[in-house]
Design a protein around this ligand. Structure first.
Ligand SMILES: Nc1ncnc2c1ncn2[C@@H]1O[C@H](COP(=O)(O)OP(=O)(O)OP(=O)(O)O)[C@@H](O)[C@H]1O
Length: 340
């Protein structure tokens, strides 16, 4: 189990991490979701030892690792661009970590060959060992990078936007592969991403990092259906967040959040009396295959989104520039006290 307690890091006047408390349990696929600049890379660099925190503690299984040199931490790192050695073969890239380990270099050629073979088999690259890494596909390079990390049997593997360099189809396939490989190994993966879909698909748990703080860490279904605050909700790209005052609610200080799929649209003045509603102008629609998104602008300028599923359509015919009443069930709304 990896534990970060009150970890902070600043660069000059910029606070990159601000008292982060964070746990990656054993045998878990943990996603870390954060926007650009939220501190994701800094967090990985502190865990792996490329940088040290200004304050706080980092421990694995209760043993402090902050202050230790990176190669003594037993942590694997898969970089976004894979960072392979282009002049070496697939097998040589994977074997590199074993041969040149600072702690326990492996000299026995038979052992190196055996462990390299096992690692390549694990990531589905059996038979590719002799190939040059410049003569394989992006997805295969990704797997070589993973095999090179896994062959050293790290206690935890950090993956920095590991799917970012792959095209969309390959990304979906590698999502499944990464999960399966981790399950076979039983080590924890900490997968950093800016994509909410990727974070929710991959993670047994998902932590949301915003402005250098973990704002929520939960299972994907709990996070998605019950974000604890507006910041977490905003990262899921599925919630409209707006002032309660827009639908005539008493307290203007409260923000409401209602999911894109839980808002209905009616011509003005035709909302059932028990449903809160707000007036908004229809801007445009976006067709995405099985779903369609409708965009509205409320009176105070907030952009509102409503999703319609083609198999069960519920939106009326909409005219651009016309105002409608957006309404929802009272218990579909989450209430947040904080200002946004
Ligand atoms: N070496 C540095 N010197 C100064 N500021 C830095 C340095 N590294 C990071 N920062 C700042 O710290 C904050 C967090 O940066 P970090 O790279 O951790 O974010 P990130 O979430 O990984 O972003 P991205 O997804 O864009 O890579 C940012 O405001 C960034 O500008």
């Amino acid at each position: 189990m990896l534990t970060l307690s009150r970890v902070s890091r600043r660069y000059g006047g910029t606070v990159a991490l601000d008292g982060v408390d964070f746990v990656v349990p054993e045998n878990t696929y943990m996603s870390l979701l954060g926007a650009s600049g939220s501190g994701k890379t800094t967090l990985l660099r502190l865990i792996s030892g490329f940088e040290e925190p200004d304050a706080g503690e980092i421990a694995i299984d209760g043993e402090r690792i902050d202050g230790k040199a990176p190669h003594l931490r037993d942590i694997g790192f898969v970089f976004q661009n894979f960072a392979l050695f282009p002049h070496l073969t697939v097998a040589q890239n994977v074997a590199f970590g074993l041969r040149y380990s600072a702690v326990s270099p492996v000299r026995d050629e038979a052992e190196i060959a055996g462990r390299t073979q096992d690692a390549l088999q694990l990531v589905g690259l059996d038979g590719f060992g002799h190939r040059s890494v410049s003569a394989i596909s992006g997805g295969q390079r990704q797997r070589v990078a993973l095999a090179r990390t896994l062959v050293t049997e790290p206690r935890i593997v950090l993956l920095d936007e590991p799917l970012g360099a792959l095209d969309a189809n390959l990304r979906a396939r590698m999502c499944d592969e990464l999960k399966a490989i981790r399950e076979r190994l039983g080590v924890s993966f900490l997968h950093v991403t800016g994509s909410e879909t990727e974070a929710l698909t991959m993670g047994d748990k998902v932590a949301v990092l915003a402005n250098g703080r973990i704002v929520q860490s939960d299972t994907p279904d709990v996070l998605f259906s019950s974000p604890r605050n507006a910041e977490a909700a905003r990262h899921l790209n599925a919630w409209n967040i707006f002032d309660a005052g827009l639908c005539g609610a008493a307290s203007e200080a409260v923000r409401l959040a209602v999911r894109f799929d839980q808002i209905d649209v009616a011509p003005q003045g035709q909302v059932p009396s028990d449903r809160p509603h707000l007036s908004a102008k229809y801007l445009t629609g976006e067709f995405n295959g099985p779903t369609a998104l409708a965009f509205f602008r409320s009176k105070d300028g907030t952009l509102m989104q409503v999703v319609d599923h083609l198999s069960c359509p519920r939106l009326p015919a909409l005219v651009e520039g016309q105002s409608y009443d957006l309404h929802f069930a009272f218990d579909a709304a989450r209430q947040f006290q904080e200002a946004v």
